[in-house]
Design a protein around this ligand. Structure first.
Ligand code: SF4
Ligand code: SF4
Ligand code: SF4
Ligand code: SF4
Length: 325
């Protein structure tokens, strides 16, 4: 392994990152809890928040600002929620992204493109979980690649979400807005949720409402609970101490124990998660590789080109700032 020449790096950089992270970034003791808990790292293996924080502490700005991995972050804040030292790797990554734009390593439209990819992927997850229920009912095989590359699926993706009333049928708006018990319906949990950001029908505050109102049957049949990635941001922002993520975890179990889903659904969910994370990460890396300065991207075309590969590879070699790398 190549030794790091610490004194060749920008010594001021670490203090700048540290200040952006509430003066906690230099407290990292490299326990790796953040890396173990990061959902992107779990399913794709290329995003290591511990490594990013440590590199920032060494002042390795050039290496970090050109690392494509910083764009794989979902900004779900799970790393920050679990850090025993109150370091905020998610804020450090946000800082790096902002600085990469300032230094013109990627174009100003790049965060918007990443948000488009995230919205697209969350819609795919949403659609796949609804499809999963039908597959299980018919006892058919789960062929994700076939489903995602099916022309009817991609053609109808946007249309399905405009017309889908599954969730709205299950959660009447008036119930989501009812005041009840400790939850004061501030909706902070929903407004900070990385999934709700892209799927308005996924509403943690509404799950809390439904649970408190005893809507067990509706919740047990609700496929949307599987969209939660367990980042715990909702729980950490709730000023009323409601353990929103814990509740959703229980609701997931209830879809099996009370909603009639077989235990094997857990394996299918794992497969869907791995697949969509691979797809998302490869779409981001390919966008960086092809054009860092792109202002728009054809998402369906991008998805197809990634899916058309023999198999997803987690090792696309790219280098922002050098499109031919
Ligand atoms: S969880 Fe915190 S202390 Fe542990 S490696 Fe990550 S940033 Fe460092
Ligand atoms: S914010 Fe989420 S995706 Fe980003 S590094 Fe932290 S845990 Fe990983
Ligand atoms: S943040 Fe807490 S109080 Fe606010 S809506 Fe969510 S669960 Fe209720
Ligand atoms: S509902 Fe799930 S995905 Fe959304 S903030 Fe809570 S734990 Fe994260």
């Amino acid at each position: 392994m190549e030794a790091v020449e610490v004194y060749n790096h920008d010594r001021e950089f670490k203090y700048t990152v540290n200040a952006f992270c509430g003066n906690q970034a230099l407290s990292c003791f490299a326990c790796s809890t953040c890396s173990v808990e990061c959902p992107v790292n779990e399913y794709f293996g290329k995003l290591d928040p511990r490594k990013i924080v440590q590199m920032a502490a060494f002042g390795m700005d050039a290496e970090l600002l050109t690392a494509p991995e910083i764009w794989l972050c979902l900004n779900c804040k799970k790393c920050s929620n679990v850090c025993p030292q109150n370091v905020s790797p998610s804020r450090a990554i946000m800082f790096l992204q902002n600085r990469a734009i300032e230094r013109k390593i990627v174009g100003p439209a790049f965060p918007g493109l990443m948000a488009d990819i995230d919205g697209f992927i969350q819609n795919i997850r949403h659609s796949l979980y609804q499809w999963l229920i039908k597959v299980k009912q018919k006892d058919e095989a789960l062929n994700l690649k076939e489903r995602i590359t099916d022309k009817a699926f991609t053609d109808n993706l946007a249309k399905e979400f405009e017309t889908d009333i599954f969730f709205k049928q299950k959660i009447p708006k008036k119930l989501a807005d009812t005041n009840f018990s400790h939850c004061m319906v501030c909706r902070e949990c929903t407004s900070t949720c990385v999934v709700a950001r892209h799927i308005p029908e996924f509403d943690p505050a509404a799950f809390v409402r439904m649970h408190l109102l005893g809507m067990k049957k509706e919740l047990a049949e609700c496929a949307q609970v599987w969209l939660c990635i367990g980042c715990e941001t909702c729980t950490s922002v709730c000023r009323q101490g409601v353990k929103v993520q814990e509740l959703i975890k229980t609701l997931k179990k209830n879809t099996i124990t009370e909603g009639g889903q077989p235990y094997s659904v857990i394996d299918d969910v794992e497969e869907i998660e791995r697949y969509v994370h691979m797809l998302r990460s490869q779409m981001i890396l390919q966008t960086i590789k092809e054009n860092n300065m792109a202002e728009s991207v054809d998402l369906v075309q991008l998805m197809k080109s990634v899916c058309d590969r023999e198999e997803f590879s987690p090792t696309v070699e790219v280098h922002p700032g050098s499109n031919d790398a």
